[in-house]
Design a protein around this ligand. Structure first.
Ligand code: ZN
Length: 233
């Protein structure tokens, strides 16, 4: 079984009725729902308001792939939790950062660039598959139409990705590297742009397929007990 922890700051769904209607069980509840339906995946959820912000060394040691959704409260995530997550990724834990999690402290710590981008709310997106040979693209159509999505556009200040699996095109003409893979230490990272909280993007079967594929891809083949260390000779 692949052990997944779905972490969500879980703020917008409680603050805004319109968003609660889209995700009555929270974004994490929706993601846990479709992932949990897979016979090879077990899921737990964690949220910012839980003790320890839902993160501990024990939980991460019991997690093969961590999924992260955050937006309004990035700065509240403690430096200690960021260090724990970074060390676990370097040791082999997979990480899937969704939508506005590009700007999370965890992603900044792991990727090291500003993670800034261009954005505008209220657009539509054509999500093109630009690496159909990649395991994350298995069974995914060459183009997915997302009727309503927040525009994220280039320039996106990320380090050069290992693969750009999806490229988004927005009605306003902007383009974006919407699905990017990275490797840090032993850990595989997938950043995936779709998933603005006001729109039912995570209810779309094609988007669920991509996230499920990403979980299987990011599950560790090597898991160390700590990040790689220098050895004295
Ligand atoms: Zn958004």
């Amino acid at each position: 079984m692949i052990r997944v922890t779905v972490w969500n700051e879980f703020v917008h769904e409680r603050e805004y009725e319109g968003i609660r209607q889209v995700y009555p069980d929270g974004i994490h509840g929706c993601i846990a729902g479709f992932l949990g339906a897979a016979s090879d995946i077990s899921v737990r959820c964690a949220t910012l308001d839980m003790p320890g912000q839902g993160i501990s060394g024990e939980i991460l040691a019991d997690t093969d792939v961590l999924i992260w959704w955050g937006h309004a409260r990035h700065e509240e995530v403690t430096d200690e939790n960021v260090r724990l997550i970074r060390d676990n990724v370097l040791s082999g834990m997979g990480l899937i950062a969704l939508h506005s999690a590009h700007f999370s402290k965890v992603m900044k710590a792991l990727l090291g660039t500003s993670m800034t981008l261009r954005w505008r709310n209220g657009d539509s997106e054509k999500l093109w598959c630009t690496a159909p040979y990649h395991p994350i693209a298995a069974g995914v159509p060459e183009c997915i139409e997302i009727p309503r999505e927040e525009m994220y556009g280039e320039f996106f200040d990320i380090p050069k990705p290992d693969d750009v699996v999806f490229t988004g095109w927005f009605k306003g003409g902007e383009v974006f590297r919407s699905g990017c893979t990275f490797t840090r230490g032993m850990g595989k990272i997938f950043y995936f742009q779709p998933g603005h909280e006001e729109y039912p993007v995570y209810h779309m079967p094609e988007i669920q397929r991509i996230i499920t594929n990403a979980v299987r891809w990011a599950a560790p083949s090597v898991r160390l007990s700590s990040p790689p260390q220098c050895t004295e000779c």
